[in-house]
Design a binder for this molecule. Structure first.
Ligand SMILES: [Zn+2]
Length: 290
């Protein structure tokens, strides 16, 4: 038996009064996208939002603003993802979204046009022998870790049991479409335009921390064309290394903005900035284009 000194007893009592160091609830598939977990963990999606416009991202994270993206495009993407997750997930998704079925027009009683396109996108992948072979393993795998001392979360579409690579399904209008990249003053692919390289770099690092291996990210791109196009796309390792370093460089300021220690910068171009703009000074015509 050990005899406790008075000091130890006092410390013990003080400790029992304190709240737990972290009241974090475990991250699960159910709460992965909750506001609570978005405050606890950084994620590629939120980091990219902060990179695009700190003011909009902070307002959205606080629940003061809702991003006006294209909800239909997001739903179609989720519909396709649920199919490749499991039969059960896909059934559940369809039950939760009765709006998939048209209630009027020529598709009445059948899936709306965009979901017929999504079904064609699903078919082109599931009927491809190489895809069947490649897309084997655990689905919707949550990975967590620390980058630059901050907790991060990620969700892998497919992680094979050998952990040699992981696959991410990306839907896009046209795999070969050129997007202007204003920061770099050049054209790039949809992967660069949506900065999926940053997302894959973070996922690779979280997989490395959790499983102790360097897995190769592969983007399975599938287009919304009729008939759909498809391609497995790799990202050069030096680009992945670049984005992981870039995240570490940009992160301290983003954290300070989230913690209210630094002012969020406004981009002055996004929906949020336009909706909350006040005229301040007269600008030169040369400032109107990037
Ligand atoms: Zn903005």
């Amino acid at each position: 038996m050990t005899i406790k000194t008075k000091d130890q007893k006092i410390n013990q009592n003080l400790n029992s009064l304190k709240k737990p160091v972290s009241s974090t609830k475990p991250l699960t598939n159910e709460n992965y996208y909750s506001a609570d977990q978005d405050w606890q963990y950084q994620s590629p999606t939120w980091f990219k939002k902060f990179m695009a416009c700190e003011a909009e991202a902070l307002a959205e994270l606080k629940g003061d603003w809702t991003e006006r993206g294209d909800p239909k495009a997001l739903l179609v993407g989720n519909y396709l993802h649920s199919y490749f997750e499991s039969q059960e997930a896909h059934r559940e998704f369809i039950n939760e979204h009765p709006e998939i079925i048209a209630t009027s027009g020529k598709n009445k009683g059948h899936p709306k046009k965009e979901y017929q396109v999504a079904d064609a996108m699903i078919a082109t992948l599931k009927n491809d022998p190489k895809f069947q072979e490649f897309y084997q393993g655990d689905k919707e795998v949550i990975v967590t870790g620390k980058i630059g001392g901050i907790a991060w979360k990620g969700k892998l579409d497919c992680l094979p049991t050998n952990h040699k690579y992981f696959a991410d399904l990306k839907t896009t209008q046209d795999i070969y479409k050129r997007f202007y990249l204003p920061d770099e003053r050049r054209y790039g692919s949809f992967i660069e335009a949506y900065n999926y390289s940053l997302q894959m770099a973070v996922y690779q690092e979280l997989v490395r921390q959790q499983y102790g291996v360097q897995a190769v990210p592969v983007i399975i791109a599938v287009s919304k064309q009729d008939p759909p196009d498809k391609a497995p796309v790799s990202i050069p390792q030096d680009l992945l290394d670049y984005w992981l370093e870039r995240v570490k460089e940009l992160q301290p300021h983003i954290e300070a903005v989230k913690n209210g220690e630094e002012e969020p910068k406004r981009c002055e171009h996004c929906d949020y900035c336009r909706a909350t703009k006040h005229l301040t000074q007269i600008i030169s015509l040369y400032d109107l284009i990037e």
